[in-house]
Design a protein around this ligand. Structure first.
Ligand code: DUC
Ligand code: ZN
Ligand code: ZN
Ligand code: ZN
Length: 467
């Protein structure tokens, strides 16, 4: 017999509507919705009833940008697929899309196989992969077609990190041309890495070695320039473009202009750019290292442009770029040389809550919260209609969210495998109370009831965001 669960009495919020409804789950999928006090809903019998009175019933979060167990900066990001996806579940995120990496000079397949091996049997929630192209050549272009065919439908390129992940404009154009033919989505790390490296060298030579100089050399104008160039290259190639981790207001302006012109150009930002700033990078001693990521945190003034971009659809998605490194032993690799601080911030557990706080603070409506955190990433990355919404036929990835719970973010209480919180002491209104992943309760009233290996690999269709 298929197990039946009913979630009763909550306010069901999707990107499209808000309605008091009961939700019937059969096995791993949503079977039906019906008005909470209707005869139809009252007639449902179930093995398990979850009382959501006074709570929101929302789709599980979709985090389209994570780096679990990523070798980077002479070390590896500190969350494994096991710890990172468990932390995701605690925070109400039930699908992640992580970045498999092409080893330089090797085949995409080799990188993809390595990522499958890391994740298989380890995940608490469902997962999928993008592919990072670190060395575009003829063989790689052919492999892109194969990967699209098997559900890896997006490819990240770097205009930054010369000598590591960097692609030149010719390589970028070729990959975009290929994507325009096979339906792949090009994701761009848009920063002019060649110019940044000159400024890094000059800063270090002048003795400017503290973490705050990381923010000073990675200039907003060099993000805007790269964003502009990526947009023009995508136009020439006839491919859509998704710009990751947008932080500079000048880059938002480039995206807004392109979208106003009707181009298939999309943008993502991350909680750290909405809630943190260069003030954090300038914290005394070496504390600023905790906030070193790329693109970098910006002066506070940029935040208003990001919120506006999220409201006006210049930006479509908020992902975390979760790439945690412990302060002790990892961030510390860059004492005396900011360029050696491993780049990345933790946040996979905090995204849904920080964005709910943005609803409380008046930056976003509740439906826009669900759009940018669940529905848009699901459509963008070919996970809809299974993920990102609450509708009959969709996976039963559901969060019973308490909009009144009070919590204080802290490394003492979080579940990410990292020794600090980027939001230490921040007070949040709202918390995921109970979380279902394909019908299984993985968080039950703030107790973890999931398991490593419950999460499945999800092959993706191509981007569903295009008209
Ligand atoms: N930026 C980060 O901060 N970390 C991982 C990779 C990236 O581009
Ligand atoms: Zn990046
Ligand atoms: Zn421009
Ligand atoms: Zn990233």
């Amino acid at each position: 017999m298929t197990r039946r669960t009913v979630i009763r009495g909550g306010l069901v919020i999707t990107a499209a509507e808000e309605t008091y409804a009961d939700v019937l789950v059969e096995g791993g999928t949503i079977a039906a919705l019906a008005a909470s006090d209707s005869d139809c809903a009252r007639a449902w019998t179930a093995d398990r009833t979850i009382d959501a009175t006074g709570k929101y019933v929302i789709p599980g979060g979709v985090d389209g940008h994570t780096h679990l167990d990523l070798p980077f900066g002479g070390t590896s990001s500190s969350d494994t697929f096991e710890t990172g996806t468990r932390a995701a579940a605690w925070g109400g995120t039930t699908t992640i899309v992580d970045f498999a990496v092409q080893p330089r000079g090797r085949a995409l397949r080799e990188g993809l196989d390595a990522w499958h091996a890391k994740a298989e049997g380890q995940c608490a929630v469902d997962y999928a992969f993008h592919m990072i192209l670190s060395d575009v050549n003829e063989g790689v272009l052919k492999e892109m077609d194969l990967l699209v065919g098997e559900g890896v439908t997006s490819f990240k390129l770097f205009m930054a990190y010369p000598g590591v992940f960097y692609s030149d404009d010719g390589q970028i154009l070729r990959a975009m041309q290929r994507a325009s033919g096979n339906g792949g989505l090009i994701m761009m790390h848009a920063e002019n890495g060649i110019a940044i490296d000159v400024l890094v060298e000059q800063a270090l030579a002048a003795g400017r070695t503290d973490p705050r100089h990381h923010g000073e050399v990675r200039k907003a104008l060099l993000e805007a320039e790269a964003t502009h160039r990526a947009i023009q290259l995508a136009r020439v190639a006839g491919s859509p473009l998704y710009v990751v981790h947008v932080s500079a207001q000048e880059a938002v302006a480039e995206l807004a202009q392109a979208r106003t012109a009707g181009l298939p150009v999309f943008g993502e930002t991350c909680p750290q750019y909405l809630f943190l700033s260069t003030d954090n990078l300038a914290e005394p001693g070496f504390e600023g290292a905790k906030y070193v990521c790329s693109t970098p945190l910006r002066p506070r003034e940029h935040q208003a442009a990001l919120w506006r971009g999220l409201r006006t659809d210049a930006l479509q998605v908020v992902s975390t770029d979760h790439c945690p490194f412990c302060f002790a032993g990892q961030k510390e690799l860059g004492r005396g040389d900011f360029s050696k601080i491993p780049n990345g911030l933790p946040g996979i557990e905090n995204r849904m809550d920080l964005l709910h706080q943005a609803v409380v603070d008046g930056h976003l409506t509740r439906r826009r919260w669900i759009e940018i955190a669940c529905a848009a990433p699901a459509r963008m990355f070919g996970l809809a209609p299974r993920k990102g919404t609450i509708a009959p036929g969709a996976d039963a990835d559901i969060v019973v969210y308490d909009p009144q719970a009070r919590q204080t973010l802290s490394a003492r209480t979080h579940h990410m495998n990292v020794d600090y919180s980027a939001y230490e002491g921040k007070e949040i209104t709202g918390q995921a109370e109970t979380v279902l992943s394909r019908g299984d309760v993985v968080i039950d009233r703030r107790t973890f009831t999931g398991r490593a290996g419950h999460g499945r690999y999800i092959p993706r269709t191509t981007c569903q965001y295009l008209p």
